[in-house]
Ligand binder design. Structure first.
Ligand code: CMP
Length: 139
């Protein structure tokens, strides 16, 4: 089915000036960008976004990394967009990611792993709402 998923191009990518390379892999996969903005997340915003991970040992570092520079938040649309984008991103740890995936080709580490993508339909809806108003999404 036609779906929307939420994506973040993380600070390691804005720092290295490679957001275009990331976008080019996304678009080559057939996914379409229907909303996009560059933002500096606040600490509160990052903590809220990653609240499901708040008991994890890496939570503090993850939040600090996500506010270490600007990010590009996006809504991507396409057939089975959620699963499709997870394929295009590759495994969370770039060391385990398949060739051609964003993380294999571009990521620096499990933390600085270049992109985030929603893991399921419910979280996609929540994550999109966390950063975008309806009128900002133009399909
Ligand atoms: P993301 O898809 O944004 O969701 C949670 C993030 O936590 C994940 O990508 C990784 O960047 C990060 N993460 C997961 N596991 C670890 C880990 N062991 N150490 C540091 N960061 C991690």
């Amino acid at each position: 089915a036609l779906e929307r998923t939420f994506s973040i191009i993380k600070p390691d990518a804005t720092r290295r000036n490679i957001t275009g390379k990331v976008l080019s892999i996304i678009e080559a996969s057939g996914l379409r960008v229907v909303a996009q903005k560059r933002i500096q997340m606040t600490k509160e915003q990052a903590q809220g976004f990653y609240a499901v991970h708040k008991e994890r040992p890496f939570f503090g570092e993850l939040v600090d990394f996500m506010i270490s520079g600007p990010v590009v938040v996006q809504v991507l649309e396409g057939e089975d967009a959620i699963a499709k984008y997870r394929e295009v991103m590759g495994a969370t740890n770039p060391a385990n990611a398949a060739p051609g995936t964003i993380r294999k080709e571009l990521a620096e580490s499990i933390e600085a792993n270049t992109v985030h993508g929603s893991d399921a339909s419910e979280t996609a809806k929540e994550e999109i709402k966390y950063f975008f108003q309806d009128h900002e999404i133009v399909g």
